[in-house]
Design a protein. Sequence first.
Length: 75
Amino acid sequence: MQFTVHTAKSQLSRLIEAALAGEEVVIAKGARPVVRLVPIAQSGFRLGTQQGKLGPLPDFLEPQDAEDLDLWEGR
C-alpha cells in the first residue's frame, strides 16, 4: 500500500496497525516512495525472571571494609 504524506498524517494509526499486521506500508512524497513503515521486533525480555535464584547479592551502597578498600586502591 502506498500513501501520500498528507494521507499518512491523517491515517497514521490505521497505517501502523496495517504494518503490524504484516502489510507493506509505503509513504510517498508525490509519486516518489520515500519511507516504509515496518514493525519493530518485540523481545521477550522481562525483568525479575531470576529473582530468588541468584542467592544474596552485595549491597553496593554499603561501605567497603578496610581490607577490600586497600585491595581496590592497590595498597
